[in-house]
Design a protein around this ligand. Structure first.
Ligand code: ZN
Length: 75
């Protein structure tokens, strides 16, 4: 998965692989995708106990800047 990724906006190939950063306190440095709609707890934070997390791969189009996101690996 790299050269075969095609931009969904302009159709360019050779998208640049990357990931979405999460620089929040206590975060591991990357954002994850969690199945199910967002539910907030008492303090406004997302409830995510027992939910499956997926690693997000983000491919950037060098032509138009569009991001193609894939949730690939279950964590
Ligand atoms: Zn594009």
């Amino acid at each position: 998965m790299d050269d075969s990724v095609e931009c969904g906006q302009c159709g360019a190939v050779g998208l640049e692989p990357g990931f979405v950063e999460d620089s929040g306190e206590g975060s591991r440095g990357f954002a994850r995708w969690i199945a199910g709609p967002l539910e907030r707890g008492v303090f406004g934070g997302a409830k995510r106990l027992g939910r499956t997390r997926w690693e997000i791969e983000a491919y950037r189009c060098p032509q138009c800047g569009h991001l193609e996101l894939f949730a690939r690996r279950e964590m």
